[in-house]
Ligand binder design. Structure first.
Ligand SMILES: Cc1cc2nc3c(=O)[nH]c(=O)nc-3n(C[C@H](O)[C@H](O)[C@H](O)COP(=O)(O)O)c2cc1C
Length: 374
């Protein structure tokens, strides 16, 4: 609806947003074998620049971080160059864009790893499910537990990725600490059985993620342009609870994150893409109120639901994932009450421009201004 408070401008920290709508990070697996996003990704993101903030798809910080075929990276110059073209296009269309920094840890496969080696994790615990490789889906394998002295190297990879994101011109970065990728594999006690200073107590399990937050905020000159994504209630990739005491673990995490002055925490509420209900015993509301910065709610939201959440003071911004696949003009559709289109799953991951940057808006093609480097 045109007067929806969700569609009014808002200032969050140093960012002036056109509205409270955030495009959630969406892996689309259209990069080349060197992790370079295609040129038509600039159209895709440019078409969606009417969102208050775009969070670009999860992007690998290093070759070891890769866990899905055709996902982009941010470690090489060619990747930075392609991302900077995307960022320029979003800016030319008056949008703001953050990059999501990703290390998949055990949610990978030797086929995707340098030298065909097993993926790494906090501990050698095999995830349920399958990995998306260039040869199709393959069962996950048992990962190798990282040695204590390898961890500073991964923190350095995050630092370089944060520097490269800055070089590419992004407005900020989001640290991906959700959906059971590497950082969450350290946070949760079901996937972290370490006996060194990175395992055991909550303080120890949070040590590596917080070292990453420190490195990234150092690069960005503080937390003003850094957010973090968490999923305290998700059970993915399996069906079982992933921490023995999520309220204590994530409460301590949020308390520690408060010390970095982060712009926002972006929470997946409930089980990712499945339900907004948290498993019994996970108190998402308490966690939300513990965080001092802005809060982005996500998971199964509609405009109506977002309005209710805002009115109840439960969230500041609202991110939409699946609705952004086939609706480049989602904001316009919300403003006019136009129907929201659904993207068939065949288009979600892999392929070219078809089903990706060729979705029309409600009034025909969504024009994109392209700006060449000066
Ligand atoms: C195709 C697809 C790709 C996704 N890729 C990412 C990703 O790269 N990073 C991430 O944090 N979440 C990712 N997600 C999760 C979404 O950001 C979001 O949390 C989820 O879809 C629930 O929100 P929704 O109900 O608005 O879709 C992905 C979801 C989908 C459907």
């Amino acid at each position: 609806m045109p007067n929806s408070p969700i569609l009014q401008p808002v200032t969050i920290g140093a960012l002036n947003l056109k509205n409270r709508i955030v495009m959630a990070p969406l892996t689309r697996s259209r990069s080349d074998n060197d992790g370079v996003p295609p040129d038509f990704a600039a159209d895709y993101y440019g078409q969606r620049a009417s969102a208050g903030l775009i969070i670009a798809e999860a992007t690998n910080i290093s070759p070891q971080a890769v866990g899905y075929a055709y996902t982009p990276g941010i470690w090489s110059d060619a990747q930075v160059e392609s991302w900077s073209r995307i960022v320029r296009t979003v800016h030319a269309n008056d949008g703001l864009i953050f990059l999501q920094l990703w290390h998949t840890g055990r949610i990978s496969h030797p086929d995707l790893q340098p030298g065909g080696k097993p993926p790494v994790s906090a501990s050698a615990i095999k995830p349920e499910g399958t990995a998306f490789t260039r040869e199709g889906m393959k069962p996950h394998v048992t990962p190798r537990a990282l040695e204590t002295d390898e961890i500073p190297g991964i923190v350095a990879d995050y630092r370089r990725a944060a520097e490269n994101a800055k070089r590419a011109g992004f407005d900020g970065v989001e640290i991906h600490s959700a959906n059971n990728y590497l950082l969450e594999q350290f946070v949760r006690d079901s996937t972290n059985r370490r006996t060194d200073r990175y395992g055991g107590s909550i303080e120890n399990r949070l040590r590596f993620p917080l070292e990453v937050v420190q490195a990234v905020t150092d690069v960005w000159g503080g937390g003003e342009r850094v957010g973090i994504r968490i999923s305290p209630a998700t059970t993915q990739p399996g069906e079982t609870p992933l921490d023995s005491d999520p309220n204590a673990t994530y409460g301590a995490y949020i308390d520690a994150l408060n010390g970095f002055g982060l712009l926002y925490v972006h929470a997946i509420e409930g089980v990712t893409q499945q339900t907004r209900d948290a498993p019994e015993g996970v108190d998402l509301a308490a966690l939300r109120h513990r965080f001092k910065g802005a809060y982005i709610g996500n998971n199964g939201l509609t405009l109506d639901l977002a309005e209710k959440e805002l009115a109840a003071g439960r969230a500041d911004l609202f991110s939409f994932g699946r609705p952004y696949l086939a609706n480049p003009d989602l904001v316009e559709r919300f403003a006019t009450g136009a129907p929201v289109a659904e993207a068939p799953k065949a288009y979600w991951y892999g392929g070219g421009a078809n089903g990706y940057s060729d979705w029309p808006g409600i009034n025909g093609p969504v024009p994109v201004r392209r700006r060449e480097p000066v």
